[in-house]
Design a protein around this ligand. Structure first.
Ligand code: ZN
Length: 747
């Protein structure tokens, strides 16, 4: 039980209705576009037995992942890169020809150009902006009321569960490997190497460690400090990403960056591997307050398979993984990301002749290692530990939404300047789409596309990522675009926000919208970005939570919510997500997904969030006149019910529901009678699902069902994972009804 607002509109309100309908229609079309673009596995991860088996074996023997089973098609598949720079899987076996043709991305470059223009135009429209502004403000006011009235209830309700904020897993979803260690850690490491490896040759020209340090003016390592290291963020970096990039050079020396922070150098990245494995990973493994990390390593597309092999050798040969010393299995602390820097200005005309060549350099090795694991065993092994692909650069460089000749095929793009963000992202998305379909068909892990976006520079980057990305890193600039922000809210796109990084580079904490975004219910996660530059303690991610907690007045429930978001946004596999969030975490309904003993989030909060989101989706659907996609006749009910699907949620058409509820009343006299009927879940499946659907939109306020014991509702027969999950949801729905929960009203 908790306090809720119920706003009942006076019947007949028509002011601005036509404008609101037009805005709602544009929002709905954008959401549906994203739904169509986003890569979704054909079989959900938790139901894919082959994938689960593969991942279990990868966890057990991380350096030698099992090969996918060979089948008739294995020897007939190959990958071809066309003029568009996108990999296509082909088959010489006519039987599988049709199958592999489905691997191709669902939209062409010109279709994407059309659609991203539509999304950006919608986001920039007057009607949509004022509509979104009002809806977002309502979310603010709702939240304010919610916490004022319910904070104590929320905290009390988690006091006796089995979790607390220390125990819940917090994933650092935004972390660059080259700066994953703190200044103190790097300083200590350099000091150690200066003594024990003084005479080791560390550069190709024969220079030793001792000589490099003396060239930097260091005669006695006892004298050096974190300040002389000169990597900490400072005032010269604000809005100067170039200066920030230079800060990666310890003591201002590029050679030291090469020696300590590169995977490929004269010492084969030995020091860097020790820094990541023995310092960073060791720290998070030992940390009491549970943290997991997603560090990023770069692939520039400058060396094709050789570049991928060098990186993979580094991971595998140095065992840069979260291995358990006793069992050799992984401990669930590290999932890798690969970041693609946008650097045509450096490599065009050298490492590749055109943009198609660049894409081929990046993606062909990933296809080949998937198709021929025995030929490229280390790349294959590394890919088993990769959860996603990022795309990075100084976003503040100006670029247009589209080039003048926007549909230029990648083979004809030879300019030294970077093409626009949208062009980059489309090509990465399209390659990943095809690659993911291929990997999924073999029971292998797939990769989320999670680019840097909305940190600085043009705001239309947010429109590109809205269509193409699973989640984004940064994204605070949504604050400047209400309609875009509303879309990110409705689609619940993960935001890997980094308040301390922003504070030094682009927006001070004082002006940061992060607290507001989180309170409204956007899918906010916290990451560190670069502990080397930005953090002052030996627990950078906790520092982030602590500072944000104080600065934005986050309660323990707020912080636990952010922690849960970070697990969901991460690329960790189903096993770990279930371990950290409970077995129902993948449910779209927050209430059903929440296991308080794991998440430390009050069920009050998840209910609050879910009803708010469903209200917005319903509002858009009904205002825009969305037609119900399918109709199912309810046994016993006199009306049919239509289902709507938007942003991954399926819910009953509000108009149909009204009719159905009316007919249910007539048949059963009251909702109470309907719900208490013994046969609801066993024989009268449709009636039970009506209750569930009615609950989904919160239209059954006032129903008294406390008497229904949750465990008594039987699962429908039929077996199989799908049926079980329906039965379980149904039981939970009754429980959910039992709390007499209602939604907050519309306008
Ligand atoms: Zn970053």
């Amino acid at each position: 039980m908790y306090h809720k607002i119920w706003v009942s509109p006076t019947p007949g309100i028509t002011i601005d209705k036509v404008e609101r309908q037009q805005a709602a229609l544009q929002f709905r079309q954008c959401i549906q576009l994203r739904d169509a673009y986003l890569y979704k596995p054909i079989v959900p991860e938790q139901l894919d037995a082959r994938l689960q088996k593969f991942q279990a074996q990868v966890r057990a023997t991380p350096l030698a992942p099992p090969r996918p089973p060979t089948d008739d098609t294995s020897n007939t598949l190959s990958v071809v890169f066309g003029d568009d720079g996108i990999g296509r899987v082909t088959s010489t076996n006519t039987a599988t020809h049709d199958l592999v043709s489905t691997y191709k991305p669902p939209f062409t470059l010109s279709e994407f150009n059309r659609d991203v223009t539509q999304v950006w135009a919608a986001a920039a429209g007057k009607l949509t902006r004022s509509f979104a502004f009002r809806r977002l403000r309502m979310l603010d006011v709702n939240y304010e009321f919610h916490t004022l009235m319910n904070e104590t209830y929320e905290l009390n309700s988690t006091k006796n569960d089995k979790a607390d904020f220390n125990q819940v897993t917090k994933v650092d979803i935004h972390l660059h490997a080259a700066s994953a260690f703190t200044r103190q850690e790097l300083l200590q490491f350099i000091k150690t190497k200066a003594i024990v490896d003084k005479d080791r040759v560390v550069l190709a020209d024969g220079t030793t460690m001792g000589q490099v340090l003396s060239q930097c003016g260091i005669s006695d390592v006892d004298d050096i400090t974190t300040e002389s290291l000169d990597v900490a963020a400072n005032a010269s970096m604000f809005h100067r990403f170039d200066n920030f990039n230079d800060s990666y050079n310890p003591f201002g020396a590029k050679d030291l960056r090469t020696i300590f922070m590169k995977t490929s150098n004269h010492i084969q990245g030995k020091y860097f591997s020790e820094l990541i494995r023995d310092v960073v990973i060791d720290r998070v493994q030992r940390q009491q307050n549970r943290v997991a990390i997603e560090p990023r390593l770069s692939i520039y597309g400058r060396g094709g398979m050789a570049e991928w092999e060098a990186l993979s050798n580094w991971i595998v040969d140095h065992q840069v993984l979260d291995l358990d010393a006793t069992t050799g299995a992984t401990t669930g602390h590290v999932r890798w990301m690969v970041q693609i820097p946008r650097l045509c200005n450096i490599f065009m005309g050298k490492a590749y002749a055109n943009f198609a060549g660049l894409m081929k350099n990046i993606f062909e090795p990933m296809f080949l290692a998937t198709l021929y694991p025995d030929k490229y065993p280390k790349v294959y092994a590394f890919l088993a530990h990769v959860g996603g692909i990022d795309c990075v650069d100084d976003e503040s460089n100006h670029d247009p939404l589209l080039m003048t000749a926007a549909d230029t095929p990648a083979c004809q793009y030879t300019t030294k300047a970077n093409p626009p963000y949208s062009y980059w992202c489309y090509h990465i998305y399209a390659n990943l789409f095809a690659l993911n379909r291929l990997r999924e068909s073999k029971g292998l892990n797939t990769f989320h596309f999670k680019p840097h976006c909305g940190e600085s520079g043009p705001r239309h980057h947010l429109a590109t990522s809205y269509l193409l990305a699973k989640a984004v890193n940064h994204g605070w600039r949504l604050d400047l675009e209400p309609a875009m922000q509303y879309l990110y809210y409705c689609s619940q796109i993960g935001l890997g926000l980094c308040p301390l990084s922003n504070d030094s580079l682009f927006i001070t904490l004082k002006n940061s919208p992060i607290g507001k975004l989180a309170n409204r219910g956007l899918n906010v996660c916290l990451g560190t970005d670069d502990p080397l530059q930005f953090h002052n303690t030996n627990a950078p991610l906790l520092e982030e939570y602590t500072v944000a907690g104080h600065f934005f007045d986050f309660t323990a429930t707020d912080k636990s919510e952010i922690a849960r978001n970070s697990v969901l946004m991460s690329g960790f596999d189903h096993h770990w997500k279930r371990e950290w969030l409970g077995e129902h975490y993948m449910e779209m309904n927050d209430v059903l997904a929440n296991t308080q003993d794991k998440s430390n989030i009050s069920n009050i909060r998840t209910h609050y969030r879910h009803t708010n989101l469903m209200r917005e989706l319903n509002y858009i659907a009904s205002l825009s006149g969305m037609a119900a996609a399918t109709k199912a006749t309810a046994t016993g009910a006199k009306a049919a019910i239509g289902y709507l699907t938007l942003a991954g949620h399926t819910f009953p058409d509000p108009q149909c529901l009204k009719n159905v509820m009316q007919s249910m009343f007539e048949q059963y006299q009251s909702y109470e009678e309907l719900i208490l009927a013994d046969n609801v879940a066993t024989q009268d499946k449709d009636a039970a699902s009506l209750v569930q659907l009615a609950t989904e939109v919160g239209s059954v306020g006032g129903v008294k069902v406390e008497e229904v014991a949750v465990g008594e509702t039987k699962t429908s027969s039929g077996g199989g994972e799908h049926d079980e999950s329906i039965g379980r949801s149904r039981r939970k729905t009754v429980q959910y009804l039992g709390r007499k929960n209602m939604m907050m009203g519309g306008e």
